[in-house]
Write a protein that binds this ligand. Structure first.
Ligand SMILES: Nc1ncnc2c1ncn2[C@@H]1O[C@H](COP(=O)(O)OP(=O)(O)OP(=O)(O)O)[C@@H](O)[C@H]1O
Length: 236
């Protein structure tokens, strides 16, 4: 579960400030997906940065799995992010020298929570289970250059789930893919949200996918509003 309450985020802009996120409240229960769309510069990435604990807002609160992360210091936020938040960005950002299974295994080394730094065999088993879940069971030993764009994005999604996150934050996961592969990645994200009970927050310019998500929102000038049934019918 992720819960944002009256979140405001501003950035300095010369002599004044720009309000990137303006009094936003949003709840995403476990096992559901919330989609956000909106024009460039409307604050979508800023909102994801707050929701994933990368940036602390000036006002409002962010709860992840019941924990108020806004009150935590930098080290605590980093630890929580590594164990409870999965991030999927536009580009897969895989390490060129590593095989698919190693891209996932390396996530375990980043876990600062000792209890979560599991035995090697269990980590390898989890990595294979996730590669299987994203349809890449036969590709575990391939390096990024040997994979297609869609396959690389699948590794990216699997990697985000490696630490069993409560929250999956997804920024434009399909922008580098063609229409058919984008639809497959969205299918996959919906399926994994259900299977692993993540609270999934997804930003997309592809409005046609929004009717498939549990809730859909538009962001304009930092403010979030729920899309109406008519708006959703218009983009479907
Ligand atoms: N690090 C920063 N420093 C200063 N201003 C910033 C910073 N990040 C974002 N902004 C400003 O905050 C506003 C929201 O930007 P943001 O990147 O969140 O929008 P966006 O909706 O994600 O845009 P896009 O769809 O183009 O990615 C913009 O006015 C932007 O210039």
């Amino acid at each position: 579960m992720i819960d944002l309450s009256h979140v405001t985020l501003t950035f300095p802009d010369g002599q004044s400030t720009v309000t990137a996120v303006d009094d936003v409240s949003l709840s995403v229960p476990a096992g559901t997906t919330a989609g956000i769309t909106g024009p460039s510069g409307s604050g979508k990435s800023s909102l994801l940065a707050v929701a994933s604990t990368l940036i602390r807002p000036q006002a409002g609160t962010v709860h992840i799995d019941g924990v108020d992360v806004t009150g935590l210091g930098l080290a605590e936020r980093t630890a929580l992010r590594r164990t409870r938040v999965g991030l999927v960005f536009q580009q897969a950002n895989l390490l060129p020298a590593l095989t698919a299974v190693d891209q996932l295994r390396v996530m375990n080394e980043l876990s600062t929570d000792r209890r979560r730094r599991s035995a090697r065999a269990a980590v390898t088993e989890r990595a294979h289970e996730l590669l299987d879940a994203v349809g890449l069971s036969g590709q575990a030993d391939k390096r990024p250059a040997q994979l297609s764009g869609g396959q690389r994005q699948r590794v990216n999604v699997a990697r985000a789930l490696m630490n069993d996150p409560a929250v999956l934050v997804v920024d434009e996961p399909t922008s580098a893919l063609d229409r058919e592969r984008s639809a497959q990645i969205i299918d996959l994200i919906l399926e994994l949200t259900d299977r692993f009970s993540t609270a999934t927050l997804l930003v997309t310019h592809e409005t046609r996918i929004l009717p498939r998500l549990d809730t859909a929102w538009t962001m304009v000038d930092g403010r979030l509003s729920a899309m109406t049934a008519d708006e959703l019918a218009a983009v479907a």
